[in-house]
Design a binder for this molecule. Structure first.
Ligand code: GDP
Length: 177
């Protein structure tokens, strides 16, 4: 809102990356608007959402970028990453291939992103535990090796979504303040 904008102490850019279909758009809409959509989106191009939060005594506006389908064409450009202080690297716990591809996404992040970018590895769709193909310990272990934060989330059930974004935003705040 306007009153917040005037008093805002920081503006952070954060990006979401990961394979198509892992739930990036729904994670963003949960965090920014508390909405979930079952249908898939038709648009292609970069889109973003905002969420204002307070960390200690600072008012932070976070601008969260969504690939909005570009990843299907391997067409994410360096401008997508430019200036981003945080990234959420998302895979789907029910699709092993999306976890295998995390390495590729991390390489791209490290090539185009800033050196001290805060990266949170997110295993989404934790509500589908009966179809799980990636164990939580495996995701956690990989995150530790690569020095990433880690969280399993469900955008559908609104589990850990707030926590995952807040962890990223708080860490960014710690780094820049
Ligand atoms: P994106 O391509 O990474 O942006 O993924 P979307 O947000 O468009 O989601 C892809 C599909 O997965 C949609 O059908 C969503 O409804 C579904 N989805 C997203 N998050 C979850 C979740 O946490 N649990 C379940 N069961 N489905 C989800």
């Amino acid at each position: 809102d306007d009153a917040f904008d005037e008093q805002c102490d920081y503006l952070f850019k954060a990006v979401l990356i990961g394979d198509s279909g892992v739930g990036k758009t729904n994670l963003i809409s949960r965090f920014a608007k508390d909405e979930f959509r079952l249908d898939s989106k038709p648009t292609i191009g970069v889109e973003f959402a905002y969420r204002n939060i307070k960390v200690i005594d600072k008012l932070i506006k976070t601008q969260i970028w969504d690939t909005a389908g570009q990843e299907r064409f391997r067409a994410i450009t360096s401008s997508y990453y430019r200036g981003a202080l945080g990234a959420m690297l998302v895979y789907d716990i029910t699709k092993r291939a999306t976890f295998v591809n995390v390495r590729k996404w991390l390489r791209e992040l490290r090539e185009f992103g800033g050196d001290d970018m805060v990266v949170v590895l997110v295993g989404n769709k934790s509500d589908l535990a009966q179809s799980r193909e990636v164990e939580k310990e495996e995701g956690k272990g990989y995150a530790e090796t690569e020095r990433l934060c880690f969280m399993e989330t469900s955008a559908l059930q609104n589990q850990n979504v707030e926590e995952a974004f807040l962890e990223m935003i708080t860490k960014i705040h710690d780094i820049i303040s």
